[in-house]
Design a protein around this ligand. Sequence first.
Ligand code: NAI
Length: 468
Amino acid sequence: MADNNFDVVVIGAGPGGYVAAIRAAQLGLSAAIVEKRETLGGTCLNVGCIPSKALLHTSHMYHAAHDGFAAMGIKASKVGLDLKAMMAYKDGVVGDTVKGVDYLMKKNKITRLLGTGSIPAAGRVTVTGADGKAETIQAGNIIIATGSGVTPLPGVDIDEKQIVSSTGALELPKVPKTMAVIGAGVIGLELGSVWSRLGAEVTVIEFLDHVLPGMDAEISKHMQRTLKKQKIGLKLSSKVTGARKSKTSVTLDVEPVAGGEAAQVKADVVLVAVGRRPYTDGLGLEGLGIEPDKGFIPVDAHFQTKVPGVYAIGDVIGGAMLAHKAEDEGVAVAEIIAGQSGHIDYDAIPGIVYTWPEVAGLGKTEEQLKEAGIEYNVGKFPFTANARARAMGDTDGFVKILADKETDRVLGVHILGPAAGDLIQECVAVMEFGGSAEDIARTCHGHPGLPEAVKEAALDAGGRALHI
Ligand code: NAI
């Protein structure tokens, strides 16, 4: 390897890109990673998953201390909020985490290049620094892992102060009195929860007639009731058509999707969370003859674009926009480049919403099974019947397991409840192995534990739950 000649050059250092570089290095390939942000880790670590989880945790603790402790006999009469310190805590978590990626790059001898990557031709990557200086390096293989950016909403221009994207919502200088959230997807509900717990009056405006699109309908319905209990307002089947700013507030025009008179929603801060779109700016795809499909880079089953030696993974190729899906694709593509057979089971990728209670979905929903004409058994177990959940005072929600009527194979798992994101993981492993509901039901689960609710739901799929 010469200084400017690598087996693999990855463009984009998010969870997809940096993991691809590590796996390539582990397999003996020389690797470089090109990133325009000063810090590694991409959206997820810098302005996405990690800071939002830090704020979800701290706001949950604050809220519990404020509203939940008394019922448990804990006197905490002077609970107060120091938002600046809370933000500093979050920034500390992010700082430590991105430094961790730096360490991993060094440990694996991956060359880090600061600048914007573009591909003038197969086998070459140009890195342009913020000062405009460019250098071109040789790349045996190129992996595009440039991720996604915020989808804008026409008429509602993001200024990251009064009208914010998820990035701005992670660093508001004070708790707004009122907040309007446009979009009841993952970001809308997670960040809406954060600011609601910290004291904002939150109203979520959603185009569809339900929250969390793509999730099992029963879960989504239950979540709506939970949000209502948490005093988060919901305006479903409504679309935002415009925004007017004054010095201190924003007024949104909100129309019923079915037609009818527009209403106004006024809020101190508006969060736009209507999705994310693939980010391919400046890569030079046109010159390579790669034509994006609805913005996404088309790839074959081996993550290769139509240009040999140019691969793409993560949000930029479509599918679930999830860090862990991108990571797995990073591993798979590096293995494929190294001559191995990287593979991903897309049916066994969990989706998690880190509200509290959390929501986790895996495999097929009931609606999907019905549509596909697949017969199934449903096993359900409520957290009210789980001793550990009762001890924790966290009984909202249930576990639902969908198993093939004939073979008992697990086809889908949907959980709303405490630590749902962790609970679903045993089901991911079972699905990876093609396991059955009975496999879960006959596995010994520690008592008293939340995972017993998963076991009971699996028992229920066979009509023999023990504790309901
Ligand atoms: P999303 O696709 O989850 O939800 C966007 C919502 O906005 C949808 O319900 C949609 O119907 C609604 N919407 C669209 N246009 C609208 C309009 N004009 N008025 C009202 N509602 C409208 O997108 P979100 O929440 O922005 O998240 C982006 C991506 O980031 C998602 O793919 C998500 O999976 C990912 N993400 C994942 C997280 C996790 O794994 N915990 C955390 C945060 C984001």
